[in-house]
Write a protein that binds this ligand. Sequence first.
Ligand code: ZN
Length: 350
Amino acid sequence: MAKTGIVKHPIYLEHKTEIFHPESPQRLQSIYSMLETKDFGEKLVEVPPRFATLDELLLVHDAHYVDRVLDTAEKPRVRFDPDTVTSPKTYKAAWMAAGGVMEAIRAVFAGEIRNGFALIRPPGHHALRDRAMGFCIFNNVAIGARYALKAHHLQRVLIVDWDLHHGNGIQSIFYDDPQALYFSIHRHPFYPWTGGMEEVGEGPGRGYTVNVPLEQGCSNSEYGNALRHLLWPIARLYRPELILVAAGFDIHHSDPLRSMNLTEAGFARMTDLLLQMASELCGERLVLALEGGYNSEALCDSVAMVLWELIGQSVINRREMEQVEDAQYGHIAQLIARVKEIQREYWKTL
Ligand SMILES: [Zn+2]
């Protein structure tokens, strides 16, 4: 029976931010509690995480920066930037967040699971090669991608980032590298102020960064349509061997950032589309990693909906959602046309 792996571990709760900081242990605690109460059955299995090795971290990060993170060990608090602080055990959580994503990928390639979701923190997509940024310490998804390329001898990894914020860290790490195609759909202009559609990569990486900048207030159908009508045709041309997802839930309508209007079903629908893509293009290999999402209730309800999709027990009405997407295609048609126009220089048949 094809299984879905989840990565969870108490160490991820030991990264303690300051009081009133939105990226709190409570976020993950509520997801872990939800896992106890819902019966996902035997299809959901745990994949135990491990610490990333130093060599693995160095696939993405500078040795000097890794040392700086290690220097925070057992210290009460070190501030990396105005939003990013450590606690005594943050270094361990960060080490194991990166390791958790790698373990989920390893388990997929070993055939132990069909797909997986790393329920980890601290998040990663803003973390740069040489510094922490925006709640992120190590760039978990970028490390996962580099690990997959190296350890599993891949040529092409597709990274889809649906977090509210642009994943500037992932983009910059792979900006000149065609071995990872980074597709980000995000609010723009907005923190971290990168992610314009004209940012397409550089050198041999040109065309391997695809940014879909959205205005505030988008909902399920805009995200569904962007995945169907922009990501999918590009993914077909790219032919990824693995799909990784920087899964942020701060686009939920009741997130305190109040930017987008997705419902729980919207996250399920994006997962449904990515599962279809993974099935068509890369032997179903799909691994998600948790990024943002700051309303604990919305976060765990949405994660639950994603998990129902991943285990193949969808609770959404796909047909109905498709019809709404078709009816509302006009909302995003122009934006998709503009991004395609820019990307056609690299993807001739797009
Ligand atoms: Zn975010």
